[in-house]
Design a binder for this molecule. Sequence first.
Ligand code: ATR
Length: 285
Amino acid sequence: MILLAVFGSPVSHSRSPEIHHSFARQCALKVDYRAIEARPETFPRLVEEFAARGGRGCNVTVPLKHQAWKLAQKSSDSSSRARAANTLLFKTQKDWFADNTDGRGLVRDLVSNLDHQLGGSRVCIIGAGGAVAGILGDLLAQGPASIVIANRTLERAERLCESFADLACKSVLGHDTNSTNSPLTDLKAISLQALQTQDPFDLVINATSLGHHGKHPGLPPSLFHADSLCYDLNYGAVAAPLRNFCLEAEIRYQDGLGMLVEQAALSFELWTGRMPDTEPVLKQL
Ligand code: ATR
């Protein structure tokens, strides 16, 4: 039996147990995946106990992702960049590996499931919190022409741009070693007010927590052209405000359920060595 879990608070609503049990059935593996309620004060003890009971690994959600990254001895590039982990692999009692599969999960959903190519495109991200730190590196790796991060607190967006600036340039080193001064991706921070004067984007990603308060970011329709996609990192009831806004404004909309399934598949692969087929699971959800 492969013992897995998701830690977070609140976590009882999590769809991860259902998703991972579907993956396990598909791969003919015996998996026990539980949702474990944990707050920052209780998480270190609970996760240690879980690993000591033979847990192979776990997912981690709000508000424990930064703490999970700190608890691990080693981490992937995406996890170190984000300073947060959504996945832990317990190699031994004293050798924990932290990964962050959120960004790769988002890219897989956009590119493979939705056929939305990112290379050369114009991307706008609304929000500059932990969720954005988790996806920005993987979005940049796709080589979009520009990524504009719009946030209520401008300094937070500026700090993110600074800490990922080398990735916006790095991709160009691989393509053309003579043009290191011209980044492949124009990465910049703006205020929410400045959204009013932006040209339309191919992709607008909602990474704010407004949905948790029954709100949406109130995006100006001028941000969208006929083929633009508005992608919400949220799913379920939290995604309803933006979904309804887009429906009314006739803007193409997608919630983050596909990203949830894709990031789960990548975690499952890390723990079991098997990459499940996500399509039937997404259909089932
Ligand atoms: P997460 O880890 O889910 O990203 P977070 O780090 O708390 O959560 O980030 C929440 C994001 O939603 C932030 O970008 C936040 O803007 P600030 O950086 O200015 O706080 C954004 N957000 C939350 N409430 C908002 C509101 N009422 N209006 C606009 N943006 C809001």
